[in-house]
Design a protein around this ligand. Structure first.
Ligand code: COA
Length: 155
């Protein structure tokens, strides 16, 4: 079993749409949103493939006004969960983020995802009441990227 993480492209749209439906069912992004996400300049999108099949996807976008990168979706198909795929997708995004902070929204009841984010160093910042269409609240979770301090050259 070989896991590959690589940038997702528009040509992956059909496979990603099928995967999203399996992962999120009624919460899956409409195809137009998925297409728009893949088009947005500066957006960050990675797919996870195992033996050539897409098993996971992550999308993130930069908010220049907030100086924050928001992870907008992350999902792994059920058969491949708890094997490190979600963690690898999160780390792929974190590796390329240039903003000092990464944020995401998660359903209050989604203890599996919350466990993953906490393990990766995210903490709950606040709650958005009735954020989801069914009325469930969201936790906003955030992680500060460590800043690389370059020492001044010896004079
Ligand atoms: C959340 C999700 C992306 C995690 O993907 P994954 O590939 O299973 O994550 P990993 O294998 O890297 O797991 C990392 C940790 O989270 C834990 N974990 C992941 N899903 C879990 C679950 N449903 N319940 C309990 N723990 C879970 C793993 O056990 C692991 O912790 P451990 O190393 O301490 O055992 C995946 O469960 C998923 O697609 N869920 C449905 C969609 C979703 O909720 N997305 C997030 C929206 S905010």
């Amino acid at each position: 079993m070989t896991l590959t993480i690589s940038p997702a492209r528009l040509r992956d749209l059909n496979a990603l749409r099928k995967m999203e439906k399996v992962v999120f069912s009624e919460d899956a992004w409409p195809v137009i949103d998925l297409m728009a996400a893949l088009f947005i300049p500066g957006g960050i999108h990675y797919k996870a493939e195992i033996d050539g099949n897409i098993v996971g996807f992550i999308s993130a976008e930069n908010n220049l006004f907030e100086n924050v990168t928001w992870v907008t979706t992350v999902g792994v198909i059920p058969e491949y969960r708890n094997q490190g795929v979600g963690c690898s997708l999160m780390k792929a995004v974190e590796d390329v983020v240039t903003h000092p902070m990464i944020k995401l929204c998660v359903r209050k009841s989604n203890s599996g995802a919350i466990h993953l984010y906490e393990k990766l160093g995210y903490h709950t910042q606040n709650t958005r009441r009735k954020y989801y269409s069914d009325g469930e609240d969201a936790f906003v979770m955030a992680k500060t990227k460590p800043v690389m301090v370059v020492p001044p050259p010896d004079l």
